[in-house]
Design a binder for this molecule. Structure first.
Ligand code: NAP
Length: 302
């Protein structure tokens, strides 16, 4: 019987594990993919207090090792369901069922897709959601990054090191991401901003050959020949399996406030998967600690 079962091995989940273990609770982290979460793909994290500059993968590895050294257990199985039986929470995975006394959901978010016809077909053949994973394949080529947030801006900066030309295609005039990142891109000779443009289609049958864009101001279509399309248009929650167990908002985020408490007693939500204003590494870590301490309070009160 685990005291605290954490679903998701990203920053929020692993921070919760550190706090849970340090409070003397038997803590387990379920992760269906890779430990570390979305920050694994960030080439350089420069806004985490006390860490001036660190790669996302190194940061994640440090975090996982810290949790493991404290005695956190890990189970590499995808969680399918949580149910409650006589006050005990049961975590159901593809393989087994695990009883536990409290649960922290820290499932983060998944890449948002453009939702255009060729996108899924050409994933791995020029369409990518991870510049740091796939950027090297496009050395010397022209690529387009779609999006105007921090991820798109960081991806463009990273790709500019490898690629001949990087187009940053954004649907508005103003970027959502930090102006510091925008200004750094403006300095790069091989980066071009394509603003007020929406992607209508990806060109190419078997490999990406370009993108068909629509200029919203001029109201006309135009094409850019590129070998790669890096989609960085934000993330969406993956909380469908928890719907009915905890309350979700209209966008699918778990309803929980700063205390990370959900509508279900003994189930907490931490990090990007819950309703919140700011989704950052720091807020994920903060949530992980809060959720674990609230879970400890819940367990001790029992
Ligand atoms: P984001 O901030 O939500 O930005 C998504 C961007 O994609 C926006 O510019 C949005 O346009 C655009 N977009 C959304 N749907 C679109 C569609 N269907 N077609 C075209 N464009 C679309 O997402 P993010 O950049 O992935 O960042 C997520 C969070 O992680 C943010 O809080 C960010 O600051 C944080 N982050 C932190 C770091 C770090 O180093 N610590 C790195 C990366 C990200 P509009 O602006 O018009 O809505």
């Amino acid at each position: 019987m685990f005291d605290i079962a954490i679903i998701g091995g990203g920053t929020a989940g692993l921070t919760a594990a550190i706090y849970g273990q340090r409070a003397g609770k038997r803590t387990v982290v379920f992760e269906g993919l890779n430990f570390g979460g979305q920050i694994v793909n960030s080439p350089n994290v420069e806004n985490y207090p006390g860490l001036e500059s660190i790669s996302g993968s190194q940061y994640s590895m440090n975090l996982l090792n810290q949790a493991l050294k404290l005695g956190t257990e890990t189970i590499s199985e995808k969680v399918k369901e949580i149910r409650e039986e006589e006050g005990i929470k049961i975590i159901v995975t593809e393989a087994k069922e695990y009883p536990c006394k409290s649960v922290i959901i820290a499932t983060g978010v998944a890449h948002r897709h453009l939702g255009i016809e060729k996108e899924d077909k050409l994933v791995g053949s020029g369409v990518s959601y991870c510049a740091t994973c796939d950027g090297a394949f496009f050395r010397g080529r022209d690529v387009a990054v779609i999006g105007g947030g921090n991820t798109a801006l960081q991806d463009a900066a990273f790709l500019a090191n490898y690629c001949n030309k990087v187009y940053v295609v954004h649907r508005r005039e103003e970027f959502r991401g930090e102006s510091r990142l925008v200004n750094a891109l403006k300095e790069k000779e091989n980066v071009e901003f394509v603003l007020n443009a929406v992607v209508k289609d990806i060109i190419g049958e078997f490999m990406v050959e370009g993108v068909l864009l629509h200029d919203k101001k001029e109201e006309k279509d135009f094409q850019i020949p590129v070998a790669g399309v890096f989609v960085a248009i934000g993330q969406i929650p993956q909380n469908e399996i928890f719907d009915g167990v905890v309350k979700l908002d209209e966008y699918g985020f778990i309803l929980a406030s700063e205390d990370c408490m959900t509508s279900h007693s003994g189930i907490f939500a931490a990090g990007d998967c819950r309703t919140k204003e700011v989704r950052q590494l720091t807020t994920a870590a903060a949530d992980g600690s809060v959720a674990a301490l609230e879970a400890c309070k819940y367990l001790d009160a029992k």
